[in-house]
Every structure is written in C-alpha cells, then in structure tokens.
Design a protein. Structure first.
Length: 124
C-alpha cells in the first residue's frame, strides 16, 4: 500500500490528534508513538494507515467492557515520516506538555533516532 501525500490539513490534524490522544515513549530500545481509541473511531485509524502504511494497527480489542484499536508508529516510519512533522509543527506555545513529552522521547532515544536518520541519508 502506497502512502497518500499529506496536505497541510493532514499535518495539522495529525499533530492535533497526537497532542490530544497520543502517547510519546518507547520500549527501552526504540521510540514509539501510540494512539489508543474506541472502536467507533475506526475510520480515523484507517486514515492513519492510508497515510502511514508502515505503521501498525492492532485490534480491535474487547476486554473489561472496553473496545478499542491501538495504532503504533516506531522505527523507520516514526523517525522518517512522523517526527519531522512533529518537530516542525509542535511548539511549546501550542501545547507545552506535549512538547515536553516529545522532547523527552527525543532525548531518551537519540541514539536510535540518529542511527535511523543516518541510514536514510545513506540510502538517498
């Protein structure tokens, strides 16, 4: 599946979605951004998968009276496609807390991120 190009609206929508609902972190080895939402938002998850086909969508899960999907971006898709958008468009005056969470993820996983960016440069 080829990714759909991102419009300015798409970029803003992605940033707003991740600021409001996303989790910035990692598994100790690589950074990841996770988005978990109710299954009624399935169309939104399909929108993400159309634009970032290398990301992963899990679910639907049903337990403890809750039904949800979980979307994750890590590795190449995170470093090469999503981080550049967040780094360019997410500013402290937009959302200080989310900016701090992103900054901490960038610090915690700086070696992994730099390695992926170097790989991308060498591949070009």
């Amino acid at each position: 599946m080829d990714a759909q190009p991102l419009s300015e609206f798409d970029r803003g929508f992605l940033v707003g979605l991740l600021v409001g609902e996303g989790s910035f972190g990692g598994d100790g080895k690589q950074p990841q951004i996770t988005l978990r939402m109710h299954t009624r938002h399935e169309a939104l998850f399909q929108w993400l998968m159309q634009r970032f086909p290398q990301s992963k969508l899990y679910g639907p899960y049903h337990h403890s009276g809750r039904s949800y999907y979980q979307w994750m971006a890590r590795g190449r898709v995170l470093v090469q496609e999503i981080l550049p958008i967040l780094e360019a468009d997410l500013e402290p005056d937009l959302d200080g807390h989310a900016t701090e969470r992103l900054a901490q993820m960038l610090i915690n996983y700086r070696t992994f991120i730099q390695r992926e960016r170097d790989r991308a440069r060498l591949a070009d």
